[in-house]
Design a protein around this ligand. Structure first.
Ligand SMILES: Nc1ncnc2c1ncn2[C@@H]1O[C@H](COP(=O)(O)OP(=O)(O)OP(=O)(O)O)[C@@H](O)[C@H]1O
Ligand SMILES: [Mg+2]
Length: 251
């Protein structure tokens, strides 16, 4: 894990977000260091997606402060941040390759041979090598989700926000994608906030797991994951971490 810089890469202080009478998040504090991998778990409706929306600059009406690299997210969000949404949100009129290319940074030409090679590599990595010319309507839910993940990785952000990116995948595919994500982010030093319902996934991937409670959404507890990397899924330390998360969730 990287040494803690003076200002964390992601900083949330006293964040309260209301939708009318609904308090989606109440007085949430969170600091994420550069290169850290944080998982966020909690019951449905507790404000996980809302937290990512705030961090990505999509919400400007909230109480408290949220900053990326010291810049207030209300200024429109940081170019450093990439987001993979809970719903794949693919463009229906273009194929897998076109959809992944949407994720390229604005200054990269998708027709450039290097960019094209990178897009095809990402498509292969998410296991869709034979589907580059298929449109979203011809893909399964889990395949669409992987296109969305590849699009997020194409941007190669220094901060990656992931909203349940593996929820529609079978166990084997999920494990492969988790390992790829973990390797890719460790290699690039990417700072990650991963929202998931999957306690096993949170413990396996994260340096720290933030457990949110609901009504209203607030930080229940934070569990440090001290297991060495590379990790074994059956590592006893991880089993203990999973038990602590489950206990905090009260499930
Ligand atoms: N645009 C919106 N308008 C009104 N209420 C909203 C809106 N977005 C979210 N909410 C409410 O805010 C709360 C938190 O929603 P959010 O989507 O952040 O939950 P979540 O933790 O991501 O849930 P899930 O695990 O089901 O994805 C919920 O009560 C939801 O109804
Ligand atoms: Mg959500």
């Amino acid at each position: 894990m990287a040494d803690a810089p003076s200002e964390p890469t992601l900083s949330v202080r006293g964040l309260t977000k209301r939708y009318g009478d609904t308090v989606a998040l109440a007085d949430v504090d969170l600091a994420v260091r550069g290169g850290e991998f944080v998982a966020v778990v909690g019951p449905s409706g507790c404000g996980k997606s809302t937290l990512l929306r705030v961090l990505s600059g999509l919400e400007d009406r909230f109480e408290g402060r949220a900053a990326v690299d010291g810049d207030d997210v209300r200024e429109g969000g940081s170019d450093a941040v990439g987001m993979v949404f809970q719903e794949p949100r693919l463009l229906p009129w273009t194929d897998v390759r076109g959809n992944v290319a949407v994720g390229l940074p604005a200054d990269v030409d998708a027709a450039d041979p290097d960019a094209r090679a990178r897009i095809d590599e990402l498509i292969r990595i998410v296991g869709l090598g034979g589907f580059a010319e298929r449109r979203p309507a011809e893909l399964s839910g889990g395949m669409k989700q992987r296109v969305s993940l590849a699009r997020g990785l194409a941007y190669d952000p220094s901060v990656l926000l992931l909203d349940e990116p593996f929820s529609a995948l079978d166990r084997l595919t999920k494990h492969e994608q988790q390992d790829h994500l973990s390797d890719a982010c460790a290699e690039r030093g990417t700072t990650v906030v991963l929202v998931t319902h999957d306690v096993e996934e949170a413990a396996y991937l994260a340096d720290r797991v933030v457990v949110l409670g609901d009504q209203p959404g607030r930080v229940e507890t934070v569990v440090d994951v001290d297991a060495d990397r590379p990790r074994e899924r059956t590592d006893e330390d991880l089993l203990a971490v999973r038990a602590r998360i489950v206990e905090a969730l009260g499930v």
